[in-house]
Ligand binder design. Structure first.
Ligand code: AMP
Ligand code: ZN
Length: 144
């Protein structure tokens, strides 16, 4: 939860330069490097340099720094890989597939028929459910 460097965190160690990575971008607040287990060539991870477990803990300044570089980094990744599409994936919590508990954004270059697939089992709200959860989320935001 803390934004201090976490000595047990592999991405904090990468950000500190204690573990090597294939760096593609660095500034005061963020670092981007190749994922060690790429889903496709040019699969990049963008991380805040400060430690936070997930997006929920990401300080606004770090979020802004991520947002500032994401479009530029996306363009570079797509240009170099010849990708026609890009998935930006961001897992939070083990049940959502997060393995490394330091917030990060995956940039995954895609081309047509690359066989990587995409699972999106769209559901449907029942009577009144959408209005209820809309009001709950906007209420929570208003109180945050
Ligand atoms: P997630 O499942 O969203 O937590 O993704 C963690 C990602 O970190 C995986 O795609 C791993 O391949 C990647 N990863 C783990 N260790 C390293 C490392 N030392 N250098 C680069 N990528 C790593
Ligand atoms: Zn960390």
């Amino acid at each position: 939860m803390s934004n201090e460097a976490n000595t047990d965190c592999i991405f904090c160690k990468i950000a500190a330069g204690d573990i090597p990575c294939h760096q593609v971008y660095s500034d005061d607040a963020v670092l981007a490097f190749l994922d060690i287990g790429p889903i496709s060539a040019g699969h990049v991870l963008l991380i805040p340099k400060c430690h936070c477990d997930s997006i929920v803990d990401l300080p606004a300044e770090a979020a802004a720094a991520i947002g500032l570089v994401l479009p530029r980094l996306s363009r570079a990744v797509m240009e170099v890989t010849g990708a026609k599409g890009l998935n930006i994936l961001q897992n939070n919590g083990a049940c959502a597939g997060q393995v490394v508990m330091h917030a990060h954004f995956h940039l995954i270059p895609r081309v047509p028929d690359d066989g990587l697939g995409y699972r999106w089992n769209a559901g449907k709200y029942g009577e009144g459910e959408a209005e209820k959860i809309r009001d709950q989320i906007s209420g929570a935001l208003a109180n945050s």
